[in-house]
Design a protein around this ligand. Sequence first.
Ligand code: NAD
Ligand code: UDP
Ligand code: UDP
Length: 343
Amino acid sequence: SYNRGSSGIFQRRTVSGRVPADLGRRRLRIVVTGGAGFVGSHLVDKLITRGDEVIVIDNFFTGRKDNLVHLFGNPRFELIRHDVVEPILLEVDQIYHLACPASPVHYKYNPVKTIKTNVMGTLNMLGLAKRVGARFLLTSTSEVYGDPLEHPQKETYWGNVNPIGERSCYDEGKRTAETLTMDYHRGAGVEVRIARIFNTYGPRMCLDDGRVVSNFVAQAIRKQPMTVYGDGKQTRSFQYVSDLVEGLVALMEGVHVGPFNLGNPGEFTMLELAEVVKAVIDPSATIEFRPNTADDPHKRKPDIARAKELLNWEPKISLKDGLPLMVSDFRNRILNEDEGKGL
Ligand code: NAD
Ligand code: UDP
Ligand code: UDP
């Protein structure tokens, strides 16, 4: 039911041949790579609710069918088990390219695979975008700024990244993915968008992915001490997932290539984060210091002026309001895990 329109973009006729009344525009067919993961599954929910067709491509490295099971049976939803390192042929209007392990534990597990995913995976999705005239959005990361010498970080900052360190497979992988994206834009006229995402949290995060918010929340629920790495004075800025999804959609639908920082400028030390988790989950929660990991950025905070001005976007949910929204999901999953172990 797709025809190549004169614009070169695929025009989809609905079954009735008309634009669905509830959309006010033609329905789009959208690929979300990494759609079975944390951010991807929330994005898919938003696109399905909006009335579009969604094809998820995921190899389930860190993603889970559980994150999408509520959509199984929806005729506008499709899930393909596929590794983006391999080419794939599809006819679509938009590509949200998220596939990539995102937490340090996962991306260091097989660093060469992380690089292949970032480079070959992004190349394949750009090749697909070029062939069918689809718009392509890359989810890059604040890690492209490395251990930043500029604070807060603006999109114009080129970063301070170690090319040969343990994090390089991810940081340099994403930097190359950005380069590829701009080269397909300049060289082949592909419509592209680049988001630089700052630390994001919410329901459906992997329980044991080693990221600080998921660690602290799971530890507090399990009545274990919260593990603070280093002196706990390093900072991060934490964004609730629904704010990020709004930003990604605004970026895709807008006219600006970017890159755009998408993050919450509220900056916390890890010790302050532990205090918030304590207040929200368990006032008797304790902390325990552990050695820090190599190349850990000392501070990170987005300057989001560009996204505010050009996308009319800014995050709405503070850490204090967002944390409670992930607690019941974490409690349920930890409970199920314990039951599974016969505890
Ligand atoms: P996630 O691990 O929950 O999701 C990543 C998804 O990609 C998973 O479903 C995984 O199975 C899939 N995947 C990995 N390699 C693949 C491959 N080769 N082929 C197909 N699928 C593959 O992580 P997330 O937090 O949802 O991150 C999504 C995207 O956002 C990533 O690109 C990440 O780099 C970026 N990002 C996230 C954050 C954050 O704080 N969550 C911050 C910056 C950037
Ligand atoms: N590609 C893909 N699906 C498509 C079109 C291309 O997976 O629909 C892959 C293709 O296999 C190649 C990559 O994307 O590995 C880059 O494609 P492009 O056409 O830009 O380059 P070329 O094939 O000429 O190297
Ligand atoms: N961190 C911590 N305890 C943990 C996990 C992480 O103190 O249990 C620290 C980590 O050293 C880093 C910060 O929290 O300074 C954010 O780490 P995360 O892995 O969540 O994200 P990233 O380093 O990618 O920003």
